[in-house]
Design a protein around this ligand. Structure first.
Ligand code: ZN
Length: 210
């Protein structure tokens, strides 16, 4: 799937208990959904990602990303909607986000800037059961920064597809960022990031702050 094939980008906030708590947020009672413009996507593919360098901290959030191949409709087996998965970064201007949250304003400026959604390579979706215990890891400059698995999500893949599909609509070409585990932190100039699944690297990039 190329960038131009991606339609809506839905993201889930606070879908891992320890991550919600590390930022001082309550654990949500229903999925917290936000979106990014499709212009946010950049392939990781070893690229240098340019990020805003003058608006405070830019945090990494590694997440499982699901690709929708078939539209959601009420009653459908949600597994049939998913036709691919990747690891992606939901990059976040954390200081900007804190100001927006304090004012009750939308998160777009913090979450939707160009380059805020680096995506690793697409893999075949193995099904929710196989995905559940499949650990994913983010290495920063060779050191482990984040580790998670889908079974730790507060809202399961199936619940997320159903919730987003019913409330906002899900069709072929949409993608869904499913939330980040604990360990988010600020990026520094020249950081090398590597996304791994079960020991296999499926995406890498470095960052430059401009
Ligand atoms: Zn996120």
């Amino acid at each position: 799937m190329s960038k131009s094939d991606i339609r809506n980008i839905y993201c889930i906030g606070r879908n891992y208990r320890l991550h919600a708590l590390e930022l001082g947020n309550e654990v949500p009672e229903e999925p917290l959904v936000f979106t990014k413009p499709s212009h946010a996507v950049v392939p990781m593919a070893g690229n240098v990602v340019e990020l805003p360098g003058n608006v405070g901290e830019v945090h990494f959030e590694l997440e499982i990303v699901l690709r929708i191949g078939r539209a959601y409709e009420p009653g459908i087996d949600t597994e049939l909607c998913i036709d691919g998965m990747a690891l992606g970064l939901d990059l976040t201007l954390r200081d900007v986000q804190s100001k927006l949250k304090a004012k009750g304003q939308p998160w777009l400026a913090a979450k939707g800037f160009k380059g805020s959604a680096p995506l690793g390579e697409w893999l075949a979706y193995p099904g929710a059961a196989a995905l559940a215990e499949n650990e994913f890891v983010l290495l920063r400059n060779g050191e482990e920064a984040q580790r998670g698995k889908a079974s730790d999500m507060l809202f399961s893949v199936s619940e997320l597809i159903k919730y987003v599909g019913e409330n906002y609509g899900l069709g072929a070409g949409d993608i869904l960022y499913t939330g980040t585990p604990a360990g988010v932190a600020a990026l520094h100039e020249g950081d090398q990031l590597q996304a791994l699944w079960a020991g296999t690297s499926v995406g890498s990039c470095s960052v430059t702050l401009v």
